[in-house]
Design a binder for this molecule. Structure first.
Ligand code: FES
Length: 106
């Protein structure tokens, strides 16, 4: 069983859709960067990575959810991925500046 499992929302919706979507932001770039980091740091096996559909709080996307803690990150950019990997996955310390407010997630 992986120590942590990262879910990256890559959901798309048609232009003008009232809910928006993570896919209209940088979700694809974020997922690609996680893939790159998983390869580079040889995280496969110890950690899992999944591109997923809508996680709920679309307006705060691109969203990334990490289990087992159930930590939701919002507004994630490609350049934020290194911090999530180094600090949260490898360091066990969630990146507080990227967390969505609790009420958005629950
Ligand atoms: S589209 Fe990503 S959380 Fe809804």
């Amino acid at each position: 069983m992986p120590k942590k499992h990262v879910f990256v929302c890559t959901q798309s919706r048609p232009p003008g859709h009232p809910r928006g979507s993570c896919g209209s932001g940088d979700a694809a770039l974020v997922f690609q960067e996680f893939l790159r980091q998983f390869e580079e740091k040889k995280l496969w096996g110890s950690f899992a990575l999944t591109a997923t559909g809508c996680l709920g709080p679309c307006s705060s996307g691109p969203n990334v959810l990490v289990y087992p803690e159930g930590i939701m990150y919002g507004g994630v950019k490609k350049d934020d991925v290194a911090a999530i990997v180094a600090e949260h996955l490898l360091g066990n310390s969630p990146v507080q500046r990227l967390r969505v407010p609790e009420e958005v997630w629950s």
